[in-house]
Design a protein around this ligand. Structure first.
Ligand code: SF4
Length: 97
């Protein structure tokens, strides 16, 4: 009998149908420069957000569509994030809940 799956195992089993148009974006990249905490980077379990020298890189292709980043941005950040669900049939497909 197989052991319990780890979180990494479960996330690794998900599949993604990436849309060409990002469903995550920032309204004005300059706002993120002035965001001290950058909570979007810390709350995302899929590590979608990365700070690169002077700008925020968003790997929207890996988004799990939890919405935690949106809440974090508006509650603790500067409110620059624009978050939408991907179009129907696009985005993440969970295999293990
Ligand atoms: S939390 Fe919002 S404002 Fe701050 S870096 Fe992330 S997207 Fe930009």
């Amino acid at each position: 009998m197989a052991g319990r799956l780890t979180l990494a195992d479960r996330l690794g089993s998900d599949s993604f149908q990436t849309d060409k148009t990002p469903h995550l974006r920032v309204e004005d990249p300059r706002i993120c420069v002035g965001c001290e905490l950058k909570p979007c980077i810390r709350v995302c379990p899929a590590e979608v957000y990365h700070w690169e020298t002077d700008h925020l890189r968003i790997n929207y292709e890996n988004c799990l569509e939890l919405g935690a980043c949106r809440v974090a941005c508006f509650q603790m950040g500067k409110g620059a994030l624009r978050w939408e669900y991907p179009p129907a049939s696009r985005g993440v497909q969970f295999r293990f809940g």
